[in-house]
Design a protein around this ligand. Sequence first.
Ligand code: NAP
Length: 268
Amino acid sequence: MKEVEKNLKGKWVLITGASSGFGMDFANIFAESGANLILVARRLEPMQELKNKLEAAHKIKVEVIPTDLSTKEAPVTLYNTIKAKGIIVDALVNNAGFGIYGEFIEAPWEKEEMQLMVDVVNLMHLTKIFLKDMVARNFGYILNISSIGGYQPSPLYASYSAAKSYVLNFTEALNYELRNTNVKVSTLAPGVTRTGFQETAAKEKPLSTYQKLSMMESRPVAEIGVKGLMKGTPSVMPGFMNKLSIFSLRFTPRRVMAFMVYRLMKID
Ligand SMILES: NC(=O)c1ccc[n+]([C@@H]2O[C@H](COP(=O)([O-])OP(=O)(O)OC[C@H]3O[C@@H](n4cnc5c(N)ncnc54)[C@H](OP(=O)(O)O)[C@@H]3O)[C@@H](O)[C@H]2O)c1
């Protein structure tokens, strides 16, 4: 991608959730444009494989730092580890995340707390830590991954969609605060996309008809996100079906919204 090559070739991009799905696509996209990468997630093996593949193919440097982003200390530890290596992070992709499918009352609190730590608290903490350095240098890019679920109340994904609303509103506000700097902050709100997400959210749950019909492949979605980030677009939504369904919500009373989303997400 020309814009990435122009701005980030030879620089370092930190990608969380780089062991699967969108994270791997982001790694490929930035690597193809000559950026060095720091890959972060819990599973070492897939990241190590990705590192070997990308270093051989693109003559870039890749660091792998296995980290559990559900712990309170993870962001500071990660920052210190990167600093100790003498690396300056010029782009951060806060992509790690997962959802819990089902009635809110069913999931154990520990799982809810983990979801909030990964999807919200540490996304915000990493943004705070790395943004300070970026603003000091007056250069940088941060892409936070939200979801179309963040645009509405989503029964059966109640806490997940609320977490993604946080990411959406937080990032759009931050984008405005940074309008007079050379630091770009965007959020990408994918709809249903083929990654490991659905399996993590609900093991052995078949997809609903809506999910099957609106399913996108992850690479084009990731590309749309990176293009939006390069332009500094506050929020980016991929796919005509996703755009249409979110646009139609503007004319829908909130009580009806919850009912509609429930019908769409429920297994038939
Ligand atoms: N796919 C969709 O339909 C969809 C739609 C909207 C938004 N999203 C968002 O897209 C982002 C990427 O998800 P995906 O779709 O690519 O799903 P995925 O294939 O399941 O990938 C999720 C990534 O997050 C990482 N992760 C999860 N918990 C973590 C933890 N405690 N510490 C560190 N890393 C952790 C996973 O790595 P490890 O398991 O190795 O730790 C994995 O690399 C998420 O924020 C998700 O909410 C997905």
